[in-house]
Ligand binder design. Structure first.
Ligand code: C5P
Length: 227
C-alpha cells in the first residue's frame, strides 16, 4: 500500500517555534515514531512525506535514524492540509491505485491499524479509521449558546489512516479546489461528492498530537508500550 504522510503544518496550537513533528518524545521525534510504526506495518510499500522545504534536512535525518527499508519520497506541502494532500496525490507513482493518508501528528497509530485499513480498502473505495465519541457533543453558536445536541450513538471521531481509490480521490480534490470547499479531512471531500466512506474501528490511543498536553499523554503511552 502507498502511504502519504501530511507533515507540513506549523505547530501553531502547540505553541512551538518549529514544526511540532520535530519535537522529541522520549528519544525520538514525533515524525520518527509515526514513520517507525508505518514502516513496521506489513502492508506499506512506499511512503511520501509531505513537508515544508525548510524542514526537509531534519526530515531526512529522521528517515535515516529510523532506517526504513522502503522507498521514501519528499513532497512539498501547501498552505493547508488539503493543499498538502493534493500535492501528495500528484506525486504518487503512476501504478498507485489505492492510497492511505496518515497525519504525521498521529504518532501512536499501531502497525496493525495500517494493516487493517489496507485489508479493508481491498473491498471499498473509501474508508477512515474512527472511534465512537465518549463525550456528549454540543453544537454551539458564536455567542457560546448551545444550538443542538446530536445523538451520541451516531457520532464517531475521525482519525487517520484514511484510505481511497486514487483516481476517485484526485477527482474529489479537483472538485473541492474548483468549488472552494474547505475541509479538514479527505473523507469530507469524498462525502461531498456523494461517494461512500466506510468506518474502520480506530484506536483510542491514536490521538492527534496537537497541544502540549497531548505530547505528555503520547509520551506516557509510548513509555508504557516500551516497558
Ligand atoms: O494542524 P493539524 O494537526 O490538524 O494537521 C494535521 C496534519 O496535517 C499534521 O500532520 C500536519 O503536519 C499536516 N499539515 C500539512 N500541511 C498543512 C497543515 C497541516 O501537511 N498546511
Amino acid at each position: 500500500m502507498y502511504l502519504l504522510i501530511p507533515a507540513a503544518g506549523s505547530g501553531r496550537r502547540m505553541g512551538a517555534s518549529c514544526n511540532k513533528l520535530l519535537l522529541k518524545l522520549l528519544d525520538r521525534s514525533l515524525l520518527g515514531w509515526t514513520l517507525a510504526s508505518a514502516g513496521a506495518s506489513k502492508s506499506i510499500i512506499w511512503i511520501g512525506i509531505i513537508g515544508q522545504t525548510a524542514d526537509f534536512p531534519d526530515f531526512k535525518a529522521i528517515v535515516d535514524e529510523v532506517s526504513l527499508n522502503l522507498p521514501i519520497k519528499f513532497i512539498i506541502g501547501g498552505e493547508t492540509r488539503q493543499e498538502s494532500v493534493y500535492n501528495g496525490l500528484q506525486a504518487l507513482p503512476p501504478e498507485a491505485d489505492r492510497v492511505l493518508i496518515h497525519d504525521g501528528a498521529r504518532c501512536l497509530a499501531t502497525p496493525d491499524l495500517f494493516d487493517r485499513c489496507t485489508k479493508a480498502l481491498e473491498s471499498v473505495s473509501g474508508l477512515i479509521a474512527a472511534i465512537p465519541v465518549k463525550d456528549t457533543i454540543k453544537i454551539v453558536d458564536g455567542n457560546n449558546f448551545i444550538q443542538d445536541t446530536p445523538d451520541r450513538r451516531q457520532l464517531w471521531a475521525a482519525q487517520t489512516p484514511q484510505g481511497f481509490e486514487v483516481p476517485l480521490l484526485r477527482e474529489c480534490h479537483e472538485k473541492g479546489r474548483h468549488l472552494g470547499w474547505d475541509v479538514t479531512d479527505d473523507a469530507a471531500l469524498f462525502e461531498r461528492c456523494g461517494l461512500p466512506v466506510q468506518v474502520v474501528e480506530g484506536e483510542e490511543t491514536n490521538l492527534k498530537v496537537t497541544t502540549p498536553v497531548d505530547l505528555q499523554i503520547a509520551e506516557f503511552i509510548l513509555r508504557e508500550r516500551l516497558a
